[in-house]
Design a protein around this ligand. Sequence first.
Ligand code: NAP
Length: 292
Amino acid sequence: MRIILTGSRGQLAHDVGDRLGLGNEVRGVDLPEVDITRPESVRELMDGFRPQVVVNCAAFTQVDACETERDLSFAVNAVGPGLLAEEAKRVGSYLVHISTDYVFDGQRPASRAYIETDSTGPLSWYGRTKLEGEQRVLNSGVSAAILRTAWLYGRKGKNFPKTMLRLALRNPERELKVVDDQQGSPTWSWRLAEQIEAVIGARCEGIFHSTAEGQTDWHAFARFFLEGMAVPFQMRPCPSSDYPTPAHRPANSILENSRLKALGLNRFIDWREDLQEFIRRYRMELIEEARA
Ligand SMILES: NC(=O)c1ccc[n+]([C@@H]2O[C@H](COP(=O)([O-])OP(=O)(O)OC[C@H]3O[C@@H](n4cnc5c(N)ncnc54)[C@H](OP(=O)(O)O)[C@@H]3O)[C@@H](O)[C@H]2O)c1
């Protein structure tokens, strides 16, 4: 299969490329060669490669920066997916687009996870742009799956566990304060890549929640990770109000993979099992990177 992978230098695309690279012809593209916000750039890419599948991992993912970089984040997260969808449709290609838990307001109690048909209501500009991206993909009429994921971490790029590790290694005596009033499901990019592969195989269409099983909060996530890494650290929980940020985050980010499960396609397992496997595979590499 010929597959285009956008945002190829990003965290998720790294694992998607590794996974889909086995047995497929994958063309990874990123800025500055291909800019998904520019119609001629997207058109040239599609005509040059004539993909059967497009996986869009390109995004403006700095949630707080989205509040000030409004035009750019809208272009990348909303206009770009729309262009990719139109062009994918034109060349008869199937599209997998990645979206986020931040399309929800997270106001419901943590005992109730969000399913695909629940009403959206983003709290942040990032969430609004990603929701608009979803809608443009759906409105284009292309054959597409939109996978909403959350709390991503992986081997490449920046992410929350890597930040915690860097802070702990830099000063093990310093007490880290981490918020414990936001709930979600830490999701390993490698597992999501496996899920994307299964979705491509089934050519299923529509919105699919795609997060690890089980739930936690940021403090418990950080603690579980650093204990697994076997590094010394001091940590205590705090409320989000101790860390005011430009963008508001949902308190409940728990997504239920109800449509994947209904189709017998869910590839996710408990977040703790995946995080342990991540640590087993990359512990030394993560420590070296954090110390560099
Ligand atoms: N990270 C999370 O916790 C999380 C949670 C929920 C959902 N998601 C979604 O998951 C997907 C993958 O996230 P990720 O963590 O892998 O993101 P990432 O590491 O930030 O990767 C995004 C990639 O897209 C590239 N890009 C930005 N603007 C572009 C443009 N105009 N044209 C082409 N490429 C462009 C970026 O390049 P530069 O680095 O040069 O800008 C980067 O390589 C995104 O859709 C994101 O919204 C992520």
